[in-house]
Design a protein. Sequence first.
Length: 362
Amino acid sequence: MTGADGMDAGPEVAWFSALCDDDYEFLGVADPDLASSFEHCADIVGTADRLGYDNVLLPSGYELGIDAVAFAAGVARQVERIRLLLAVRGAEMWPPQLARQIATIDQMLGARPDGSGRLTVNIISSDLPGAPLDSGPRYARTLEVMTILRDLLDGRAVEHHGEFYDLELEPPRIRTVSGRCPPLYFGGLSDAAREVAARAADVYLMWPDTIAGAAAVVRDLTARAAVHGRTLRFGFRCHVIVRDTESDARAAAGRLISRLDPAEGARIRARSLDTASAGVARQAELRDGADGDGFIEDHLWTGIGRARSGAGAAVVGDPDQVLATLEAYRAVGISSFILSGYPHREECIRFADLVLPGLRGG
């Protein structure tokens, strides 16, 4: 069963390709074999494609890793059925150019059986590298980018006279395979970010939180979107550590951080461009409230945040526990899971073997 935009009505289960130098056997310990390269990241994407994941996030940074737009174009012809969730730092690109890039990559991926496209887009409210902007104006700029992109990719002429963009132009000749803008994923916990999501996003994407915390965000964003006559879907970007037994899963979590030097962890967190965001502050709050083993809830472990600025928690447990936890998030309104684990390819395989069939209902 699919929705009007071609997305499955059931849960979307996506994986993560480590384009931003974020792949480890031991967190904080660099491994040249896991460094971001086209070959390594394409291997992760190809593995997720073969194993039946719906989508794969291609993250975007400035200092770190490789470029997501170029990577998406390179890998588009190597995958058979999976969608790509392309992260773009909107302020770094001229929106008409970005619209043409999105449409081109969507064409390269080809259509799904129902005629919808296979590209989805994660809009990041980014600073221009070296030119930071206060939160309010930055989100105002992001809203302009999203508005212009949607108009152009829906085939509408643009007459936009905003604070950051002043342009009048026809849509590009090249169109997506569906003729419409791909679904726009967007996240952020600040009030300004939530308002942008309510007005312009298709999927509100949140970082790990407690079940009650996630439910509160869903309620708030649902109400905000309704003010604008809109509805949102909700996504959950989280890590996962699943093993045959709970004790083995907890041991794997401990092993992952067993060689982490606290100073190196702090350096990794600080090098991200989003270190002052409300989302990062919430991840720190979860870590501070966790028990001595790093658990804020029975199966939500915050230890990954010791060496990661963004999504900093993992669902940890045996297959039944992990499945039950993800189903609990579904029950409060989450319909898309963007998951990852370390090392990313190995954990992609493990999750597909131990949990993915349960999420599919079989």
